[in-house]
Design a protein around this ligand. Structure first.
Ligand code: PMT
Length: 321
């Protein structure tokens, strides 16, 4: 299917995807965040994380969801901050969040106990953290506070595809003011299909009407206007997710050819935590975690971020020439 012309995307966005009421306010917040950090000599990365939700009814009971836990985005945010970046974290509501992601599997009530007790069976008063359940909580809390006090992380939430598209556009325009110091790291899993507001039933679809047949339209690719119009000086990394490894690199190269951005992180669903390929127009770097790395709790996001921050440095130098 032919790519919609760039100039048509703004109109399509406004007509077919409901504009979130707070988008202008959020845009100003992001622009101020970017400006302040750039003035302090910091680079700024916009990370998208988590999956978009596409409603099937206006008064939504049912929706289509794209798979993404948000782990890649949340972990990457921490490594970018460790590398000196300030982070705008555009994430799906309730997906994994930097720092707290480490405690996701723990039931909060199992992590608490009454002071002076081994167990938590009787109510004697003050509640404290059980350090056996959360052995590294103090270290993580300390880092989280430093990041919060330094205002290095700006969290912005989305749930639906419409919110994602409008907030991404707002972020791109907000970051355009800092030129090549901005990086986009588009790890969110974004729906390729949607039902335009004008064609969406208002009420819950009735099963008494028989089997459901859906006709959905193609979502315009945001990469085109982002790279060419909204933030043309920024360093842009997209992600390519496939389940068939044999087509992955070809698809990643095709994305670079089409959108003319700086890098694609290519990954296969089943192996995404231990193997990715960072593809640029000139290079192809395989990043692999060994058994030893896994034993030492090394995360692949640390390698991805290290690779991309170096590429971003080179990019900034080249832009300055
Ligand atoms: O969150 P985790 O569970 O840790 O998993 C991480 C991940 C597998 C979700 C992540 O590594 C990943 O691959 N994310 C991108 C998945 C995806 O939706 O790929 P895609 O082929 O649909 O999109 C390719 C690129 O185009 C993406 O960077 C996307 O942000 C961008 N896009 C997509 C749709 C759209 N309308 N406009 C876009 O710009």
């Amino acid at each position: 299917m032919a790519e919609p012309r760039i100039s048509s995307i703004d109109g399509k966005l406004a007509e077919e995807f409901a504009v979130p009421s707070h988008v202008e306010e959020v845009k100003e917040k992001m622009a101020a965040f970017a400006r302040n950090h750039a003035e302090a000599g910091r680079r700024v990365v916009l990370i998208t994380s988590g999956g978009t939700k596409v409603p099937l009814e206006s008064r939504t009971v049912r929706f289509l969801d794209n798979f993404s836990s948000g782990r890649r985005g949340a972990a990457s945010a921490e490594y970018f901050i460790d590398s000196g970046y300030a982070v705008i974290f555009l994430h799906r509501h309730r997906s994994l969040y930097p720092y707290s992601r480490m405690f996701l599997t723990i039931n909060m009530l199992d992590a608490l106990q009454f002071r002076g007790e081994e167990g938590a069976s009787s109510n004697t008063g003050e509640v404290v953290v059980n350090q056996q359940v959360l052995p590294n909580i103090a270290k993580v809390l300390k880092r989280y506070r430093e990041v919060k006090d330094g205002e290095l992380l700006l969290p912005i939430e989305f749930s639906t595809l419409s919110e994602y598209l409008h907030l991404l556009k707002a972020a791109a325009q907000a970051l355009s003011t800092i030129g090549s110091k901005a990086m986009f790291y588009l790890a969110a899993a974004v729906s390729d299909f949607y039902i335009p507001a004008s064609e969406m039933p208002e009420h819950k679809i009735q099963s008494s009407n028989g089997p459901l047949q859906l006709s959905m339209k193609m979502v315009p690719k945001m990469l085109s206007p982002l790279v060419k119009e909204w933030a043309p000086q920024a360093f842009v990394t997209s992600f390519k997710l496939e389940t068939d490894a044999t087509i992955l690199l070809d698809k990643a190269r095709r994305a670079l050819d089409t959108y003319r951005h700086q890098a694609v992180v290519a990954n296969v669903l089943d192996s995404r935590r231990g193997y990715v390929v960072v593809v640029t127009p000139e290079t192809q770097a395989e990043l692999i975690l060994t058994d030893e790395d896994v034993k030492n709790e090394v995360e692949i996001e640390e390698r991805i971020v290290s690779n991309l921050t170096s590429a971003h440095s080179k990019f900034i130098t080249q832009q300055a020439v």
